[in-house]
Write a protein that binds this ligand. Structure first.
Ligand code: SF4
Ligand code: SF4
Length: 438
């Protein structure tokens, strides 16, 4: 198991958050068509529960699965289903998606809030979270109801709410914490109850002092056994493994989970979605997304319906000709988009339209064995070796070097003087191993 190590020689990342961090959340114009993928989460894909021609209201279930590790998907506009077919997906390739023509009426389904959540059992609360299709909104997309149901032999003593958001440009979580601190506190209350945790820590980067103040007040009003912990700004500190170590000094074992060390962590936007699922029965049909980069005239934090295409997002934000690359997520961990008809999904934290001077990679040249990638890896992996093994057709050997512990933070990629796309290759290595094992 690689040990969490003291990292060295990481050049400071240019956060570039000033433009959007001060911008209040603004609704983006709802498109005439939404394309809602039946896979927006880790686990089993959903199967469609509607047919072409069916009328739908906002919040109607349009896809579901009986698998434990899955989450239903819902209509994000009212109107009519006009297509169910393979469509481009922002994580690559195509997946089945339900296309809905918006009738502009904004009609909602009948919501099922929990009337007396304080009296509800943890199972009832989790069922509400699952019904609402809540998944991890920081990028991973793991079904939240499953995360809130740790194994019976795990004793959870601490919940961590993650407000770190270290990726450059992104500030959607910051705005959520600032604008909805009461709902963060409310969601945290139900998380603590579901996992039977006696205390909580809300981890906030030191450059978000305004959010920390708002959260402190909300937690005090809610009377929760929770503290706000301000942590130094450090790009990788928001990664679950690193955060648990930083906050509690506990090391999650290789291949393990936070519950192995008594912790459940939740991203702040997900925490708000949990509150809305329980209090209002509100499904996850929209989210706050940072839209930024030199390729847009009106960067900001937009409230965007799930299924809105990147093309529509960029048009509404004032697309400029200078765009070199469009990325879903942040520039470090995000996924470059080849087809802008792909839609915003539940884990979409950002849509970045980067101008050439904002893109990191020049032409790749051979590895010079400087070991800089090793020095910066927060969990002590050997990225150059993982890449070498993948490229020479031996990805299975990379499992012995903990390839699956790589959480794709992008730091190795960022410092590599040879411009080797280490994370892309490591991702490909993981895919090859999974396929070989299937
Ligand atoms: S992959 Fe890049 S950073 Fe790592 S040893 Fe090679 S040149 Fe250096
Ligand atoms: S992306 Fe690179 S630096 Fe980050 S965890 Fe993976 S190997 Fe380590």
């Amino acid at each position: 198991m690689p040990l969490l190590q003291q990292r060295r020689r990481v050049p400071p990342l240019d956060a570039r958050k000033e433009v959007t961090a001060g911008a209040p959340i603004t609704p983006l114009a709802v498109p005439e068509l939404v394309v809602v993928p039946l896979r927006q989460h880790i686990g089993e894909s959903c199967h469609p529960t509607v047919r072409v021609g069916d009328p739908v209201r906002i919040g109607d279930v349009i896809g579901d699965s009986t698998a434990r590790v899955s989450a239903p998907v819902h209509a994000s506009v009212s109107g009519r289903v006009v297509d169910i077919d393979e469509r481009p997906h922002p994580l690559g390739g195509t997946v089945p998606a339900v296309t809905i023509e918006n009738d502009g009426r904004e009609e909602w389904t009948d919501l099922e809030p929990i009337r007396e959540p304080a009296d509800a059992s943890p199972e009832t609360l989790r069922a509400a979270v699952r019904r609402a299709g809540v998944v991890g909104m920081a990028g991973a997309g793991f079904p939240t109801a499953v995360k809130l149901d740790p194994p019976p032999d795990a004793t959870i003593d601490t919940v961590i709410v993650n407000v770190m958001e270290g990726e450059p440009y992104l500030s959607a979580d910051h705005r959520i914490a600032l604008e909805a601190p009461g709902e963060v506190a409310d969601g945290l209350r139900w998380i603590m109850r579901m996992v039977a945790a006696p205390r909580a820590i809300v981890a906030v980067e030191s450059d978000k002092a305004d959010a920390a103040d708002a959260l402190e007040r909300a937690l005090a009003e809610a009377g929760l056994a929770a503290e706000v912990r301000l942590l130094p700004r450090d790009y990788a500190a928001g990664a679950e493994k690193i955060l648990v170590h930083l906050v509690l000094g506990r090391e999650i074992p290789s291949g393990g989970y936070p519950y192995d060390v008594g912790v459940v962590s939740q991203n702040v936007s997900t925490t708000v979605a949990i509150s809305r699922a329980i209090r209002h029965g509100r499904p996850l049909v929209e989210r706050v997304v940072t839209v930024a980069g030199g390729g847009v005239e009106r960067p900001g934090n937009y409230l965007i319906r799930i299924g809105t295409t990147f093309d529509h997002v960029l048009t509404e934000a004032g697309r400029r000709d200078v765009t070199d690359r469009v990325i879903m997520g942040g520039p470090m961990m995000g996924i470059a988009q080849g087809d802008l008809s792909a839609p915003v999904i539940k884990p979409t934290t950002g849509v970045l339209a980067l101008a050439p001077d904002e893109s990191r990679h020049g032409d790749e040249v051979p590895c010079i064995h400087c070991a800089w990638c090793v020095e910066v890896c927060p969990i002590g992996l050997m990225p150059y070796l993982l890449v070498d093994l993948t490229r020479t057709g031996e990805p299975l050997t990379a499992t012995a070097y903990h390839i699956f512990d790589c959480f794709e933070c992008g730091l190795c990629d960022y410092v590599c003087p040879s411009n080797i796309p280490l994370v892309d290759v490591i991702r490909a290595g993981k895919r090859a191993i999974r396929e070989a094992r299937a």
